[in-house]
Design a protein around this ligand. Structure first.
Ligand SMILES: C[S@@+](CC[C@H](N)C(=O)[O-])C[C@H]1O[C@@H](n2cnc3c(N)ncnc32)[C@H](O)[C@@H]1O
Length: 230
């Protein structure tokens, strides 16, 4: 499991782009669920977005630092301990890359027969910024399109639908700094270039020199796969 330290939880809580709802809406349309489990909920951005599709949403995360900073909603609760309540939708939003083969059955066991699984993610295009700073990024094996087809579950699930979409959002410079500091490989390259001390302030100054407006406009690619328990 990739460790998400308290600094990640701080940046996640400070700003996430408003993309979760758009991707879920593209995938789920008018589908409604009674009880959803958001696996790897982080600080709850995906969990809150899921309230548009589910009466009750439970956010589960292995990381207590993330759960200390969660967004609150009257139909949402968060758990860190595993329980055997049954759900009619499981959601992995940006979390499936960290889930091991030996964990997957624990999750599938709490899904009702004919229940749905949604795996989604978004990839933000930072190229302009990376090129401007001439950052040397070490590529990782992260798969934005990962779904339960990557596990050995051929007779247990079937695929319903899968798609990707180009998205776009605005943020200010401070929000951008929070965003980029959640990207581990970019953060490492920035530390290499600028040192760790007051990194956020240094990035803010650099970005200020790159653009002449307060707002940044960023493209992202959204991905989803909808699967169903057989
Ligand atoms: C990139 S964050 C995504 C957070 C949230 N779903 C969102 O869309 O904003 C991935 C989260 O998955 C959690 N995670 C990683 N491995 C996990 C596991 N095996 N079980 C539950 N959560 C896990 C991490 O602690 C982290 O909070």
């Amino acid at each position: 499991m990739k460790s998400f330290s308290s600094s990640y939880s701080h940046h996640y809580r400070a700003f996430r782009p408003p993309l979760h709802y758009l991707i879920l809406k593209n995938c789920l349309g008018k589908k409604k669920f009674k009880k959803t489990l958001d696996i790897g909920c982080g600080v709850g951005n995906s969990t809150i977005a899921l309230t548009n599709f589910s009466k009750k949403v439970i956010g589960y995360d292995i990381n207590k630092e993330m759960l200390k900073n969660t967004l609150q909603h009257k139909r949402v609760s968060y758990i860190n301990e595993w329980s055997n309540i049954k759900y009619d939708l499981l959601c992995f939003f940006g979390s499936l890359n960290y889930v091991q083969q030996n964990e997957i059955h624990n999750f599938l066991n709490v899904l009702k027969p004919s229940g749905y699984i949604i795996c989604c993610d978004f990839k933000i295009f930072y190229n302009r910024f990376i090129d401007f700073l001439n950052l040397k990024i070490i590529k990782n094996k992260y798969d934005y399109e990962k779904n339960l087809g990557s596990y050995n579950l051929a007779n247990e699930i079937k695929q319903i639908n899968s798609d990707s979409m180009l998205l776009n959002f605005n943020c200010n410079i401070k929000e951008f700094v929070h965003l980029i500091l959640t990207e581990k490989n970019i953060k490492n390259a920035l530390i290499e270039l600028m040192g760790e001390k007051e990194l956020d302030i240094k990035i803010e100054k650099k970005i200020g020199g790159l653009i002449n407006s307060e707002k940044l406009n960023l493209d992202a690619m959204g991905y989803y796969t909808l699967q169903k328990k057989i």
